[in-house]
Design a protein around this ligand. Structure first.
Ligand SMILES: [Zn+2]
Length: 51
């Protein structure tokens, strides 16, 4: 089994279940968080614009 992102071999069970190596998994999680932050910042900007 290989990492779906970088193609490196996954050696531990958790990584195999996720389909990503620990480094790529962290990057994916962070990217998801940043996407959520983006929408939150837009909402904040909208709130400020009303004041
Ligand atoms: Zn990877």
């Amino acid at each position: 089994m290989e990492c779906a992102k970088c193609g490196r071999e996954l050696k531990d069970e958790k990584s195999r279940q996720r389909g990503y190596g620990p480094v790529c998994w962290k990057k994916i999680q962070k990217a998801k968080e940043e996407q959520q932050h983006e929408s939150t910042e837009d909402e904040i900007r909208f709130e400020k614009g009303r004041n």
